[in-house]
Ligand binder design. Structure first.
Ligand code: NAP
Length: 304
């Protein structure tokens, strides 16, 4: 049976021409457990040294920890301050627009403040990608677009993306933007397959957006599946993983990467060995049959 094309080591971030690794590393859990700057630096090095140079954070990450809102960005800022040379080795992406736990706010005045605050915490002049974390349905997309276009014009933000947007919300914002969106970040994993059927990935291909998959292991559920359905998905991944001598989690990343939209899984592990191991996903090959077997297990019923 013929194999699907292997994923490239790098991809263009949307149509921006910015080169990103085809696997990203995320910092949702970065500021947990009182992690020191030295330990944090070790994680950043683990990713970069493995060729995972696309880093994803958000202003809200760490809000439920010791320091609160902004903790994960501030920790990365400390790492960058101690080792400024790291900045040029990464494509740095962050998000804003949620005031925890509510509300969402994308008023122009809030966005301006949020972007400035992120840059201050990160101790950088600009970020390569700035994403709206979740849609604020109380603001006209034209107002959001004006604020975001201004952020690009000011040089604080190189490119723009969205996360957790419906296709219509993405289309509306993109319509009003001068600097068009380059990315979208939905939850996608072998346990969360909605995007394969709801048109989000087709829209990404039509608009030239890079889809970034959050929680590619279902927040870790794939590593320790409990329900019958999750176990079936794990079993279908294991068939490929065992045959190619990789872990199930690596097989899960590569399953996402085989999709023609060019999905970039965001590794969520904060363990240096597991982060580095993620790069093995580039070498895993899928046949159509094996790929669909995972999808069928996730659907819980046969394809029509
Ligand atoms: P995930 O990869 O689905 O889950 C990671 C979790 O699984 C970690 O706690 C990790 O623990 C655990 N895990 C257990 N066994 C593992 C193994 N063998 N290999 C790897 N991980 C294992 O990802 P996630 O952390 O939920 O999300 C990934 C990234 O997506 C975040 O960092 C963030 O950048 C982004 N995100 C975005 C949104 C959004 O709304 N846009 C929402 C959630 C997440 P260890 O650390 O001990 O390995």
């Amino acid at each position: 049976m013929s194999e699907l094309p292997p994923p490239p080591a790098t991809r263009s971030l949307g149509t921006s021409g910015i080169v990103v690794s085809s696997i990203a590393w995320g910092m949702w859990r970065f500021a947990e457990n009182g992690r020191t700057a030295a330990d944090a630096a070790q994680l950043v090095h683990a990713a970069l040294d493995a060729g995972i140079t696309f880093l994803d954070t958000a202003d809200i990450y760490g809000f439920d920890g010791e320091g609160g809102f902004g903790d994960a960005e501030a920790l990365l800022g400390d790492v960058l301050a101690a080792e400024p040379g790291l900045r040029s080795r990464m494509v740095l992406s962050t998000k804003g627009g949620i005031i925890p736990p509510l509300p969402y706010d994308q008023s122009a005045i809030y966005l301006r403040k949020a972007i400035d605050a992120s840059l201050t915490r990160l101790k950088v002049d600009s970020v390569d990608l700035w994403q709206i974390h979740r849609p604020d349905i109380l603001i006209h997309p034209q107002e959001v677009a004006r604020a975001l276009d201004d952020a690009v014009a000011s040089g604080k933000v190189r490119t723009l993306g969205v996360s957790n947007f419906t296709t219509q919300q993405t289309a509306a914002l993109n319509h009003f933007l001068g600097h068009k969106l380059v990315s979208t970040q939905p939850e996608i994993s072998p346990l969360r397959i909605t995007c394969f059927e709801n048109g989000e990935l087709e829209q990404a291909m039509m608009l030239g957006l890079t889809p970034m998959a959050w929680s590619p292991l279902g927040g870790g559920r794939l590593a320790a599946p409990e329900s019958a359905r999750d176990k079936a998905v794990a079993g279908a991944l294991d068939a490929v993983a065992n045959a190619q001598s990789v872990s199930r989690t690596v097989a899960a990343y590569s399953w996402l990467m085989a999709h023609p939209a060019g999905i970039i899984p965001i590794i969520g592990s904060q363990n240096p060995e597991r982060i580095a191991q993620g790069a093995q996903a580039l070498a895993v090959r899928w046949t159509r049959q094996d790929w669909y077997a995972v999808l069928v297990a996730a659907r819980g019923e046969r394809l029509p």
